[in-house]
Design a protein around this ligand. Structure first.
Ligand code: GLN
Length: 545
């Protein structure tokens, strides 16, 4: 039977609840416990698939194709456990379920209410599929006090009561602002936030206090007294130079020890074991992060360069590959909509170029300019999803001289070397989509198998021929119709879907390292196990240094 750790956030958003939850999971794993990560998102969208990366950060794609909040990326990267649709709940999904049941007549004529129908559905989500793990860490999105969040807090209150203290724990991540002129950290916003939680029937067991300065004994005592939280359970969550230093920081504050004490699981022996485990797992990484021997500058050309969270998994995958080479990677973010001379100037001196995934025609010319630059100047290049499609279009236009080569995504006329494919094979069943269908949920999503041709760069990079990667796209390379032009453009299809119909990986033989994939490899990279494509890209870049 699982124990449940509820993580809420107070005072304001962006405190890093996702990273805090993921770190709790990682620390419990080091103690030998099995864990599961779940997230409750109070917004009303059914899933974040149609939400703008500008506002909400990237959409993270799971193995099963679920389009999820970016916090799931942190969960997977920190714990190495793949999450699934069953682990992600939004208000939209809760209501969808409740309304379907109502239409089906399951409520036998009763009027449907937030309590108990909505809250029951939330409780059901939290407790289901958790029987076989020691701990379920359940993060509640948003900030305590948000109107949308109320049913979730109520569900946590009920569950805390039903399962008791032995099986539940409440951790509140909060913020202590530092007032420069006064030279002190302020505890009042946290006191208010905890009061708000208490007024809804939740007493936090641990306060994780995000702040830029260490917490004095005095402020811990004050928070303890005003918030009714034991002093040992008032902990600092200091701003970190790098997110992968956080599990160790929390450990030094005693977080995992106090969690285990709460559940009656801690003893001298396990405390010693965990010290060794932490050293083995994170110490080397910490050393590389703090004192990298090499450095390398790479360029990423995209549309959402102002909000870095829009490319969160990508940035992480690049950093992971850097760690593996003992290198700090400086990313130069280039706005694809900049003037062409500006783009060219910014590309000068970069050792690798990445064109990441993206949607719609905005910025595609700038991205193709970067691809052309990489191709002509022989700079190690990685194209991801749209990056692959644009690599094909660029080569068809500029090498094979098919000037109107384009994608059906950008225009209604031209030679569609990238086109809308109506159906594809998923593990033996044909999935069908229609161009006029809903924008949400019509993409080729999630993990698909791919076969790499022996002897190709892709084969060398992965070290095998059978791979799986996660997808999120509507359009494909139209190799069937444009085989001759694509071949003439120097593009080599080095990986394809199992039935051989959809090109999955392309490369160029006239270039030291030019590779692009229709998938999103960045979703499967982790700090201790970097993705082979990013690893190989950074290696190629370092070798040209
Ligand atoms: N917009 C392209 C498509 O839908 C590529 C998507 C992506 O880069 N994720 O096929």
């Amino acid at each position: 039977m699982s124990r449940f750790i509820f993580v809420t956030g107070g005072v304001m958003s962006s405190l890093g609840k996702g990273i805090a939850s993921a770190s709790i999971g990682a620390l419990l794993q080091l103690r030998g416990y099995s864990i599961k990560m779940k997230k409750l998102d109070p917004y009303i969208n059914v899933d974040p698939g149609t939400m703008s990366p500008y506002k909400h950060g990237e959409v993270f794609v799971m193995e099963d194709g679920c389009e999820a909040d970016l916090d799931f990326g942190h969960y997977e990267r920190f714990t190495g456990i793949y999450c699934s649709r069953e682990d992600s709940l939004t208000t939209g999904r809760v209501y969808e379920k409740v309304l379907n049941k109502e239409r089906h007549g399951d409520y036998l004529g009763s009027d449907i209410q937030v309590i108990p129908h909505i809250t029951n559905e939330i409780k059901e989500f939290i407790t289901s599929n958790s029987d076989n793990v020691d701990f379920t860490i359940c993060e509640v999105g948003g900030t305590v006090g948000d109107i949308e969040g109320l049913p979730y807090i109520e569900a946590l209150r009920q569950l805390s009561m039903e399962l008791g203290k032995e099986r539940t724990m409440r951790i509140h991540l909060t913020f202590l602002p530092y007032i420069k002129v006064a030279g002190e950290l302020k505890s009042k916003p946290t006191q208010h936030s905890v009061k708000q939680l208490q007024s809804m029937g939740i007493q936090p067991d641990i306060l994780l206090c995000r702040s830029e300065k260490s917490l004095t004994d005095e402020i811990k005592a004050k928070l303890s007294m005003f918030c009714s939280v034991q002093k040992d359970n008032v902990m600092a969550a200091l701003d970190a130079q790098n997110i992968y230093l956080i599990p160790n920081q929390y450990h030094l504050e005693g977080l995992d020890r106090q969690i285990c004490r709460h559940f009656g699981l801690s003893n001298e022996e396990t405390e010693k074991q965990v010290e060794v485990a932490i050293k083995n797992k994170w110490a080397k990484l910490t050393e590389v992060i703090q004192n990298p021997k090499h450095s390398i500058k790479i360029a990423v050309i995209g549309k959402y360069t102002k909000l870095k969270d829009a490319y969160l998994s990508l940035t992480q995958a690049i950093a992971h590959a850097g760690y593996a080479h003992d290198a700090k990677v400086d990313i130069s973010w280039i706005n694809a909509e900049d003037a062409s001379e500006t783009i060219e100037k910014q590309l000068d001196g970069t050792k690798c170029i990445i064109v990441p995934g993206g949607f719609s025609s905005r910025g595609v010319e700038g991205k193709m300019q970067a691809i052309k630059y990489a191709r002509e100047h022989k700079i190690p290049f990685l194209g991801i999803c749209l990056g692959l499609q644009l690599s094909v279009i660029e080569a068809c236009r500029n090498v094979a001289n098919l000037k109107d080569a384009t994608s059906r995504e950008f225009t209604d006329t031209g030679s569609f070397v990238i086109d809308f494919m109506k159906n594809w094979d998923k593990k033996g069943t044909i999935e069908v989509r229609s161009e006029s269908g809903n924008k949400g949920g019509t993409m080729r999503l999630g993990s698909y198998e791919c076969r790499l041709k022996e002897g190709t760069l892709a084969n060398k990079v992965y070290g095998k021929t059978d791979i799986t990667e996660r997808h999120r796209h509507r359009y494909e390379v139209n190799y069937e119709q444009y085989k001759d032009v694509i071949d003439a453009s120097g593009i080599v299809v080095s990986g394809a879907s199992v039935d051989g119909t959809l090109p999955e990986v392309i490369e160029r033989n006239d270039h030291p390292f030019f590779i692009a994939t229709q998938a999103h490899p960045e979703f499967k990279s982790s700090p201790l196990s970097p993705h082979p494509l990013f690893y190989a890209l950074i290696k190629a870049g370092l070798e040209t240094n």
